[in-house]
Design a protein around this ligand. Structure first.
Ligand code: SF4
Length: 198
């Protein structure tokens, strides 16, 4: 008997939002601010007792990688190297990610305080500076635009890493070391430990 097809829910289409978000940044960098939702919602969900619900049900990026890797068969579907799964690597990458995030916030602060001027560049993989000056941001307060450039750099960089690991290994291999996934996992673990103590 043919297996019954699972009825799709609204949240099964969040990958479209993720894809649109990435495209919008090419047209107007200010859309990058919307990406804060992907940072704040997973933390709020896990802190309020929802565990990994964001990852399991609402993450558009995870869905997008699954679609590209499985449905479009862009993934080699190989096992991810063991070291990427270790706590050392996952938490080390989380710390590295936060240091770079802090660096981005500091650059925004420098522009806010007038110590530095806004740079219309998107930095990929924390290294490659791409000029991103085809949209006029002169009408926006410089630090607001600077944050958008920095945040979009973070989002594009993590997308590139996600796509590379999707292509080389299993579709959602990025989820193994995704900083948001590691952080929500850490929050769940801490909550369990706290429950055990009380
Ligand atoms: S681990 Fe990261 S990319 Fe994967 S589902 Fe969770 S938040 Fe999304």
């Amino acid at each position: 008997m043919a297996a019954l097809k699972k009825k799709k829910k609204w949240n099964d289409y969040l990958w479209i939002v993720s894809a649109i978000y990435l495209v919008l940044g090419f047209f107007n960098i200010m859309f990058a601010w919307i990406g804060l939702v992907c940072f704040l919602v997973p933390i709020i969900v896990s802190l309020s007792g929802g565990g990994k619900a964001y990852c399991n049900k609402y993450c558009g990026r995870g869905q997008l990688l699954e679609i590209l890797g499985s449905k479009l068969k862009l993934s080699r579907n190989r096992s991810i190297p063991k070291f990427l799964k270790t706590k050392w690597f996952r938490y080390g990458f989380l710390i590295f990610f936060f240091i770079m995030f802090g660096n981005m916030l500091f650059s925004t602060y420098l522009v806010f305080s007038g110590a530095s001027t806004m740079k219309e560049v998107v930095t990929l993989l924390w290294t490659f500076k791409m000029p991103w000056n085809w949209v006029n941001v002169s009408t926006v307060t410089p630090w607001i635009a600077q944050f958008a450039f920095g945040f979009y750099s973070v989002m594009l960089t993590s997308t590139i890493l996600g796509l590379i690991t999707m292509a080389l290994y299993k579709p959602r291999s990025w989820c193994v070391y995704c900083p948001m996934g590691t952080m929500t996992q850490g929050i769940c673990t801490l909550k369990h430990v706290k429950k055990g103590i009380l």
